[in-house]
Design a protein around this ligand. Structure first.
Ligand SMILES: [Zn+2]
Length: 190
């Protein structure tokens, strides 16, 4: 490369670096929002296994706006129901003896238009988050033999074809690590 081009390249790198903080506002409290990608956090402490899955809503239902009709309300309810079923989301080694103790979901339009008569509470004081929305599912397992928890498999890919990759991070008494899971490689070694 001619040496005279170098100053130009260098200056564009500097411009990019300066522009980044402005171009990437913190819309989300959790990680980066990228369609096709979700984040999984795995923490094992004693017998307690805490899992958190954060996904752009687009991966789960194909839209990120308030559901506009019965079909979209149904898609949202189906995604919520599926994520609340820990066995549809994770496969844990049976020898670890893990039992689900709690499961929770943060969904931007929970209770939206369902027959609960709580219409007044929906969208109540929701902070503006731009044009993107995430769904967050949290799971607490208690494992009789946590030392046998050497792997974890994600079962979500077949339920949500728009989901292509899950970036996973884990922390266990044996150490920390991470990986990228896909439908063809859905197991995380712990
Ligand atoms: Zn989005």
């Amino acid at each position: 490369m001619p040496a005279c081009l170098r100053p130009i390249l260098l200056s564009s790198v500097i411009v990019l670096a300066l522009a980044l903080p402005v171009a990437a506002p913190a819309q989300h409290a959790h990680g980066a929002h990228q369609h096709g990608v979700a984040e999984l956090t795995v923490v094992l402490e004693g017998r307690m296994l805490q899992l958190e899955l954060i996904s752009p809503l687009d991966n789960l239902v194909g839209f990120e706006h308030a559901p506009a009709n019965e079909t979209q309300r149904g898609a949202l309810a189906d995604a919520e129901r599926l994520l609340l079923d820990s066995e549809a989301v994770f496969a844990l080694p049976s020898e670890a003896g893990c039992v689900i103790r709690e499961v929770g979901i943060e969904s931007p339009w929970r209770d939206s238009g369902r027959e609960h008569g709580r219409g007044q509470t929906r969208d109540h004081n929701r902070p503006a988050r731009g044009d993107h929305e995430d769904m967050v599912a949290s799971y607490g397992f208690e494992c009789a033999h946590p030392e046998a928890l050497r792997r974890l498999e994600l079962r979500v890919f077949k339920h949500f074809p728009r989901l292509q990759r899950v970036r996973a991070e884990f922390a266990t008494p044996r150490g920390q690590g991470g990986g990228v899971l896909t439908s063809g490689a859905a197991a995380l070694a712990l």
